[in-house]
Design a protein around this ligand. Structure first.
Ligand SMILES: [Zn+2]
Length: 382
């Protein structure tokens, strides 16, 4: 059987590198940034007579396209991030899409170019038969894997979500995901006083102070286990990076740590910062302060009877597929769209267990099922 339009698109997408540099400077310029892939999708949308443009920085653009139905039931935004994680650890050629045993291999095949491929193939089908029943905002956003600058560019461009609801494609094996935790990152700084190590008492060791803070944070992490969300379990706290000091014979005056905090739906930046400061105060640590605390991805909490869930359930049914609700452990851009005012869900082909891996792949059947789902959704089939 020849490959479907979605699979042909997906092969083209995988062959176009769009690696998120993730703050590194050692990745070849030929494979970093979303510009090549964004331009490819832009051309595809324009060929479908969809009003589309690039927004954001020229080297890290997002694509936004809008198509209106004559007799629309609502406006849906479908957002499929353009970037992939780096490819250093891959055991297959990341940009040479191969199909074998019902799987399409390559970086981004699963996370999350399969979602965009299914959407574009569905738009081709629906528009060619003139059956569009929903206004659609097609978004390919940059920088999902690190800072979500693409979502912010898109929201600034549109002046808000501009949609009644949002579907963000991520690998959920076609489950409708209504809840996930958010992600906050905090940086703590210890300030001491430098001196010669032969007389440590003359200084104040910032690394020692930071170590005390690490222990206070691990107490806080244990306390978080007591506060549980019925769907998502407990929030978490993990110290990921520590740095400090210049030489063994210098008492260090500066040390830092970076920590990751996974948030439950009712937790925000103010609360996270407040809890850290309280933990430090309780341990009597005054040489360490929170230098930065930022929610990178807000949590997602959409009611099971909300508009996006009902619309997706109906479309899955109309496409002959099983509708199943779920939660995921990872953060997505859907939380940002929800925070901006549009109820949101996450859904897409492939398994998160294959994302970011050395042999990333997506099941061909799931991409084709997602296409059928999008066709039913956009035609509002009953
Ligand atoms: Zn993703």
């Amino acid at each position: 059987m020849p490959p479907s339009a979605a699979i042909r698109h997906l092969r083209d997408y995988v062959a176009i590198p769009s690696v998120n540099p993730m703050g590194r400077d050692d990745i070849a310029a030929e494979i970093t940034g979303e510009a090549r892939y964004a331009n490819h999708v832009l051309e595809q949308l324009r060929r479908l007579h969809i009003d589309a443009e690039l927004v954001g920085a020229p080297d890290r653009p997002s694509v936004v396209g809008t198509v209106r139905a004559a007799d629309a039931v609502d406006t849906v935004m479908v957002a499929s991030h353009l970037d992939t994680v780096p490819v250093d650890t891959m055991e297959i050629d990341p940009f040479d899409p191969r199909v074998a045993e019902g799987r399409l291999y390559g970086r981004g095949s699963c996370d999350t170019k399969g979602g965009m491929a299914a959407l574009v193939a569905a738009l081709e089908r629906v528009l060619s038969r003139g059956r569009l029943r929903r206004n659609v905002i097609v978004v390919g956003e940059a920088d999902e894997e690190l800072g979500s600058r693409g979502v912010n560019d898109v929201l600034a461009h549109l002046g808000g979500p501009g949609a009644d609801w949002v579907l963000a494609t991520e690998p959920t094996e076609l489950r409708i995901v209504t809840h996930h935790k958010g992600i906050a990152v905090a940086e703590l700084e210890a300030v001491g006083k430098a001196c010669h190590s032969s007389d440590p008492g003359a200084g104040h060791n910032a690394i020692v102070e930071l170590s005390r803070a690490v222990l206070a944070l691990s107490d806080l992490a244990r306390a978080l286990e007591q506060r549980r969300d019925p769907k998502l379990g407990a929030g978490t706290l993990s110290v990921g990076v520590v740095s400090g000091g210049q030489a063994p014979n210098i008492v260090p005056d500066r040390a830092r740590l970076w920590m990751d905090r996974r948030l439950l739906p009712d937790e925000d930046e103010k609360q996270v910062r407040g809890e850290i400061e309280e933990a430090l105060a309780k341990a009597g640590i005054d040489a360490v302060h929170v230098a930065r605390c930022r929610v990178e991805k807000p949590p997602l909490g959409t009611a099971p009877d909300a508009l996006p869930v009902r619309a997706c359930e109906r479309a899955l049914g109309a496409a002959g597929l099983r509708a199943e609700l779920g939660t995921v452990a990872f953060g997505t851009d859907a939380g940002l769209f929800e925070l901006a005012g549009a109820p949101s869900v996450v859904m897409g082909p492939g398994s998160i267990a294959r994302a970011h891996t050395a042999r990333e792949y997506v099941e061909v059947d799931q991409v084709d099922d997602m296409t059928d789902f999008f066709v039913a959704l956009l035609e509002d089939a009953r």
